[in-house]
Design a protein around this ligand. Structure first.
Ligand SMILES: Cc1ncc(COP(=O)(O)O)c(C=O)c1O
Length: 406
């Protein structure tokens, strides 16, 4: 440990918290006196949500019953809530629809993008470092549609593109390292090759500006249970750029995406707009839980969130450098702001017992086996004192004899 907690970092944390314009948002969340750095896995509960969900259950379902499909806005919830998420990912209204899991939306997006790319293009490039589900789903989609999967590191995508490329599936932020990939540059390169790009925003939406419309992204998917705090298993979303909607040919054309769902006709005719991305009956309770949770974003700018996120991760890295015994942990998260999401990932030989010890001491991060400690920084409810304390407790754990930590 090159410095002690008396090195001034705790005082700096206090000053940074005092100057933080987002600090007041923390009281909107149900948190205890521990340090919660796992919002990149499951966001914290906004305190107003249980009452809203109680109303959904007791009044909307309990009293209005079937009438709620209209009177409580259940039927239109997927598009309405999509429009609440849209500004957070830089999309104009009418392009985001909520529903299903990210995995299912990856399937819809990859198959539909392959169809949009047209004949003669038989390759789907997939981020070789992807969160596994995207790779599994893309592989199955490729088998169904006669495409070939080409695994490629995101930085190598421009060199791998060619006249055979149909679709490129990429993660905006790497789930393991927290590396932010160059969405504008890679999107431009994919388009220059005449292909379409699908971005997975699970680890960027709600943590940093995405700019889907600005950068001309074709399709995107993301979950809502991380930085959007929608709750465990809350529904995911699908973005289909307006220019692609008329030709978007869903591989899961369920009745909810029909132009006249209650016409109950045997023939399928797709609805216009983002509705075309729907499949079956929406998971209303989860969906309306998410809708309530999104209230915490009212009046918040994503740019302010990004500025705080970078300041928090910078400060945490500085505290780890100051407090942790030399050589015990190594950051695998890029130092450059342009390459960093909102988490810090530290490589550590004995990551599993170290994380267990941290959780016992009230600092909750998580682990990606075999050797990565992940610390997610959700700017709406994590402060600088949290970052300092997490680094200090980490250092305490790291000096314990390894056997004790095991
Ligand atoms: C990048 C990424 N994609 C997809 C998923 C999984 O999505 P789902 O379980 O909603 O299908 C995750 C989950 O953490 C993820 O991090």
């Amino acid at each position: 440990m090159s410095e002690t907690p008396h090195s001034g970092l705790a005082e700096r944390a206090a000053a940074l918290d005092a100057a933080d314009r987002l600090a007041g948002r923390r009281e909107l969340f149900a948190l205890d006196d521990g340090v919660y750095l796992d919002g990149n896995s499951l966001g914290a509960l906004p305190v107003h949500v249980p009452d809203r969900v109680r109303d959904v259950l007791t009044r909307q379902w309990g009293e209005l019953r079937i009438r709620s499909w209209d009177e409580s806005g259940w039927w239109t919830a997927p598009e309405r809530i999509g429009d609440r998420i849209a500004p957070l990912v830089g999309a104009a209204a009418g392009q985001v629809v909520v529903g299903d899991s990210t995995s299912v939306n990856v399937f819809k997006a990859v198959v539909a993008a392959g169809r949009l790319a047209g004949e003669g293009r038989d390759e789907i490039l997939v981020d070789a470092t992807t969160f596994p589900t995207d790779g599994y789903i893309a592989a199955s989609a490729a088998r169904l549609t006669g495409h070939r999967i080409v695994p490629v590191e995101p930085a190598d995508v421009p060199a791998a593109l060619g006249p055979r490329t149909a679709v490129v599936l990429l993660n905006h932020v790497d789930y393991r390292t927290g590396r932010l990939h160059d969405l504008p540059g890679l999107t431009g390169a994919v388009h220059a090759a005449g292909a379409l790009v699908v971005w997975d925003l699970c680890h960027s939406a709600g943590a940093l500006p995405v700019g889907l419309d600005e950068h001309g992204v074709d399709l995107a998917v993301g979950c809502t249970y991380k930085y959007l705090n929608g709750g465990p298993g809350s529904p995911a979303y699908l973005y289909v750029a307006e220019r692609h909607q008329a030709a978007f040919d869903s591989p899961l054309p369920g009745w909810n995406s029909h132009a006249d769902p209650f016409g109950m006709t045997p023939g399928y005719a797709p609805a216009d707009g983002s509705v075309r991305g729907r499949v079956g009956t929406p998971d209303i309770v989860s969906m309306l839980t998410l809708e309530a949770a999104l209230d915490v974003w009212d009046g918040v700018s994503v740019d302010a969130v990004r500025a705080k996120s970078l300041a928090l991760t910078d400060f945490f890295l500085e505290c780890v450098e100051a407090y942790a015994p030399a050589g015990r942990v190594t950051s695998v998260t890029p130092v450059a702001h342009a390459e960093r999401g909102s988490q810090v990932a530290l490589r550590c030989d004995d990551a599993e017992p170290v994380m267990r010890r941290l959780v016992e001491r009230g600092v909750v991060g998580d682990l990606r086996r075999p050797d990565v400690l992940r610390f997610g920084f959700t700017p709406l409810y994590v402060g600088f004192a949290d970052a300092e304390r997490a680094a200090r407790v980490l250092a305490e754990v790291l000096v314990l004899p390894r056997e004790q930590a095991a």
